[in-house]
Design a protein around this ligand. Structure first.
Ligand code: 7TS
Length: 416
């Protein structure tokens, strides 16, 4: 085939070739080729990401925003270029609305603490949903406890879809924040966040979207969503650990007090009074994670080169194929059957404990997550201790799901 015939190659084949970008996928586990089905916990890294980090340390490293010398200027330029890459990835209006944090958890804590200090008072309310990860529950509980405010939880139905009537009934002038995930890590439900944001904005209530599971799978446009805050983690989207992003609308971030005090975030310091730096530095105290911001930008470029539309179509094919395949196993119970779902299959088989299934799958080289997936209240909603969860990344293929099916069939035979 001539090079220019490449358009005739199917989408699936094109994405299939990307598997070789991930060296870890060559590993064997318990003597079997690794089938990695735990990308919702953390995705694997393509070599362009690890080599961008190494190249930065080998050639460009110095501290940022402080040196007059050339190397420090180069490091600062590289760090700020990463911010611009993220800005365009999520279509933020300003680059200073992109705050680098350690990850989604830190981003939510920052908003809960800083926004909470400024805007949440006794008797106020914060709305979350039953579907939230502990990271989007506990920080709000903490601020509510501190301020004497109340946490309101929107119900989900049996399929794992948010009850919008219940949401509507909970919105009132007492509500000072709505915090909701874009995609559920445990069920894969894609939540109607645009609709929820519009409903909250009718009452001038700001909305924080926990996008931890969304950024690897779908195109995010924070302006089109009109999200007030949007948080995500680099390590779930083929980037490094220890780096994530808090997007916040300028007018909110300007009204919020700093979260951490220290270097970078100040304009002037005397023992009597400190004045704070402008955005985004007001929220980036101390030496930032320069290397991993560069790694994250490399991951964004990598995803962009493939195309999030191609990735999400591929993962949707995997979801449909995997769901069909697994449904033929006797005693299979899917947890989370929403109409709009991302690449997550959570399940139980008969009364077998998820941990036992996970252990026997591991013996056959299959990595899945078992347990409550940091969503204990959601497990309580279903009255179950946990699930087995297979979650997909762009490197998974149908063969991985065939391997899961075969290994699961064997495990179930042994355990039942
Ligand atoms: N929010 C959601 C929806 C998540 O899925 C996770 C991590 C977080 C927040 C926290 O992200 P972090 O990067 O700050 O830790 N979810 C999972 C998971 O499903 N399995 O392990 C971690």
């Amino acid at each position: 085939m001539e090079a220019f015939d490449v358009d005739t190659t199917s989408m699936k084949n094109r994405i299939g070739e990307r598997r070789k970008d991930f060296p870890i996928l060559q590993r064997q586990m318990n003597g079997k080729p690794l089938v990695f089905l735990d990308s919702a916990a953390s995705s694997q890294k393509p070599d362009v990401v690890t080599s961008a980090i190494k190249s930065y340390y080998d050639k460009t490293h110095a501290n940022v925003h402080r040196g007059v010398y050339q190397l420090s200027q180069e490091a600062t330029d590289a760090f700020e270029k990463s911010r611009a890459t993220i800005q365009s990835f999520i279509n933020a209006k300003h680059s200073h609305e992109v705050i680098f944090v350690r990850g989604c958890t830190e981003g939510i804590n920052l908003v809960a603490s800083s926004y909470g200090d400024a805007f949440i008072r006794e008797g106020d309310e914060v709305i979350i949903t039953t579907l939230e990860h502990h990271s989007n529950i506990v920080p709000w509980q903490m601020v509510c406890e501190k301020k004497g405010a109340n946490l309101k939880v929107v119900h989900v139905d049996e399929a794992g879809e948010i009850d919008l009537d219940d949401y509507k009934s909970k919105l009132s002038s007492k509500v000072k924040m709505v915090a909701v995930n874009h995609i559920s890590n445990t069920l894969g439900t894609i939540n109607p966040v645009k609709q929820m944001i519009d409903m909250a904005h009718e009452l001038d209530i700001p909305v924080l979207v926990d996008g931890a599971q969304a950024t690897p799978h779908m195109k995010i446009d924070v302006q089109a969503l009109d999200a007030d805050f949007y948080v995500f983690s680099g390590h779930k989207m083929y980037g490094p650990t220890g780096i994530g992003v808090l997007y916040g609308k300028e007018h909110w971030l300007n009204k919020m007090p700093p979260y951490h005090g220290g270097g970078e975030m100040i304009k002037t310091v005397t023992f009597e009074k400190t004045t704070y730096n402008e955005l985004p530095f007001k929220f980036e105290a101390g030496t930032p994670n320069i290397a991993d911001s560069i790694g994250l930008a490399a991951a964004v470029d990598y995803i962009g080169e493939i195309g999030l539309d191609v990735i999400s179509e591929h993962e949707n094919d995997l979801l449909n194929y995997g769901t069909d395949l697994l449904s033929s196993i006797e005693g299979m119970r899917f947890i989370g059957t929403a109409k709009a779902k991302a690449g997550v299959i959570s399940f139980l088989v008969g009364d077998i404990h998820p941990y036992d299934i996970g252990t026997l799958l591991d013996k056959q080289g299959i990595a899945v997550r078992t347990g409550h997936h940091c969503t204990q209240p959601l497990m309580d909603h279903y009255g179950i201790p946990g699930t087995v969860r297979a979650s997909f990344g762009l490197y998974n293929n149908m063969e991985d799901l065939d391997r899961l099916y075969e290994a699961l069939t064997r495990a179930v035979n042994i355990l039942s």
